[in-house]
Design a binder for this molecule. Structure first.
Ligand SMILES: Cc1cc2nc3c(=O)[nH]c(=O)nc-3n(C[C@H](O)[C@H](O)[C@H](O)COP(=O)(O)OP(=O)(O)OC[C@H]3O[C@@H](n4cnc5c(N)ncnc54)[C@H](O)[C@@H]3O)c2cc1C
Length: 503
């Protein structure tokens, strides 16, 4: 395998599908899904050629848009019968290429599953279809004084099905947990077309925790067709502090100090100077553009709790060297502070023709050192970086700025991104915080996990999907790939565990 074959865009296709096989599959699909739900013309397929990782594009063989669970079951049965792989797609905002299509595969769009089926204020939960937008759940629950806590910055567009498949996080996950902590039950269609229910309406259920296993499984174990999410009461009060620093490392240390003090903010986010300037130009949030870093720290709870926490955190920030600390005076100002953070990715998109968003997690206490090392790498690779991230979780999002039209820059960016992920592992962290592995981080999975652990992952996949038809090639690298990447010991030409199927 050449070094180029190991690049994300060069995802291997499991097998070629002839024009005759494709036509036969289209005919059969038209028997189960309304004709406008089977797309095969070049022009109709083009919108599906990439997800949020738009550096890489490939047209799917077909797009199928079912409208009912029965249709999903039949589509999967047909794909299984024809041995055609299936890639599920929610809103296509994923940043690691999880919904990157296969040229010889079906892209199964869940966009038509866009109904909120029930809101149950007594049990504080909602039953929703997978294509419902994340924000739409909180909007619908607001009438009952409730909301859905995980709030990815993409919440205006991303689907709850995609959130479950990626175990999405967001600003408020520091206090309220990731997607996996905020769902009760999933209905899933297996590759055999069986409908199974995982979890339940109560807090615990017997048997293996397959609900947790399915969460974050990136469309590789089943297709999620219904989700019961937990709803939380809106806090009595939420208030945000904005602290400016003239040194990025000091801001990182302040994050560790806040968490170390025992206070758990509802959100604790950090932006460096490139991101601050970009966001300020874009949404005029009132950010101090001279600061090297800002922290946004939201406290929520009862009136009394928030007043006390705000005072303590303010003192702590000043003690940690903040050059300025502002408290949002009202809800309008609070939302304005957050507007800059939430719009930071598109804002950074205005700084250069392209950017590549990395996602890794490190222990909070190392934030300062890791940001310094990323700065040094930025000089080494000759590529600018903007940092905007969930600091309280230690979840970094370095955005590498590049120009895809300059020959070699995308490759340099990929190498730089890979080095950042390896740096996260070096500091005891992980190569993903919330965006998943997809195609983007396959090589670094070889750094993160031992061959034995990867073999267990393949065994789990094989238990759900023995022929490897669901999103093949994503999230878990083959041991062969790891050997080529130089991250695996090959003994007498033999890989470890040669008998386990790997997809
Ligand atoms: C500007 C921007 C900001 C972002 N901010 C955040 C953030 O703060 N936090 C965060 O976690 N993410 C963030 N993301 C990434 C992305 O929005 C999330 O990963 C989101 O969960 C993806 O949802 P989606 O509906 O777009 O899924 P897609 O991109 O369509 O799919 C993602 C993965 O889920 C699988 N999948 C989708 N639907 C199903 C289903 N019904 N059944 C089985 N598998 C399925 C796909 O196969 C794929 O592997 C951001 C993205 C952008 C563009």
């Amino acid at each position: 395998m050449s070094a180029d074959a190991l690049r994300p865009a060069n995802l291997e296709e499991p097998r070629a599908v002839s024009a005759r096989e494709r036509d036969a599959l289209i005919r059969e699909l038209l028997g189960v899904v309304p004709s406008q739900g089977v797309l095969h013309d070049d022009e109709d397929l083009r919108p599906y050629e990439c997800d949020g990782l738009s550096a890489y594009r490939r047209k799917p063989m077909l797009v199928v848009l079912p409208e009912t669970i029965e249709q999903v079951q039949q589509v999967l049965r047909l794909c299984q019968a024809h041995q055609v792989p299936v890639v599920a797609r929610g809103a296509g905002t994923g940043l690691s290429g999880g919904a990157f299509p296969l040229a010889n595969g079906v892209l199964l769009g869940l966009a038509k599953f866009n109904r909120i089926l029930a809101i149950d204020p007594d049990n504080r939960c909602a039953r929703v279809q997978p294509g419902v937008r994340n924000l739409a759940i909180s909007e619908a629950a607001a009438a009952h004084g409730l909301y859905y806590a995980p709030d990815p910055s993409s919440q205006i567009a991303c689907s709850i099905g995609g959130n479950v498949a990626e175990n999405a996080g967001g600003v408020h996950c520091l206090k309220y947990g990731l997607t996996v902590h905020n769902i009760l039950e999933l209905k899933v269609v297996t590759i055999d077309g069986e409908l199974i229910t995982l979890g339940g309406q109560s807090l615990d259920s017997p048997g293996y925790d397959l609900l947790a296993l399915m969460t974050g499984s990136e469309g590789m174990l089943g297709v999620i067709v219904e989700i019961t999410v937990k709803l939380l009461p809106r806090p009595e009060r939420a208030q945000v502090l904005l602290a400016a620093f003239d040194n990025v490392e000091r801001a990182g240390e302040a994050v560790a100090a806040i968490i170390g003090s025992g206070i758990i903010p509802a959100g604790l986010e950090m932006m460096d100077n490139n991101s601050i300037r970009a966001a300020e130009d874009f949404v005029h949030a009132g950010y101090p553009v001279e600061a090297e870093a800002i922290l946004l720290c939201e406290l929520d709870g009862t009136n009394a709790e928030v007043s006390e926490d705000i005072m303590q955190v303010r003192e702590l920030l000043i003690a940690q060297g903040a050059t300025e600390v502002r408290t949002a005076g009202d809800d309008q100002e609070r939302l304005r502070f957050w507007a800059g953070r939430k719009a930071a990715f598109p804002a950074v998109g205005r700084l250069s023709p392209d950017y590549y968003c990395m996602d890794g997690t490190i222990p909070r206490k190392n934030l300062g050192q890791v940001l310094r090392r990323i700065g040094e790498m930025s000089d080494e690779f000759g590529l600018r970086v903007a940092n905007v991230f969930h600091a309280g979780d230690g979840n970094l999002h370095p955005l590498i700025l590049y120009d895809a039209d300059t020959p070699g820059q995308l490759e340099r960016t990929e190498d730089f991104g890979g080095r950042i992920l390896e740096l996260c592992v070096e500091y005891g962290g992980t190569i993903t915080g919330e965006h998943g592995v997809g195609i983007e981080k396959l090589n670094q999975m070889c750094t993160q996990f031992t061959p034995d652990a990867l073999t267990q992952f393949h065994a789990v996949k094989a238990a759900f999907d023995p022929r490897g038809l669901l999103n093949p090639g994503k999230a878990v690298p083959t041991l062969h790939r790891c050997a080529e990447f130089g991250a695996m010991h090959v003994h007498h030409g033999q890989l470890p565990h040669p008998d386990i199927p790997r997809f």
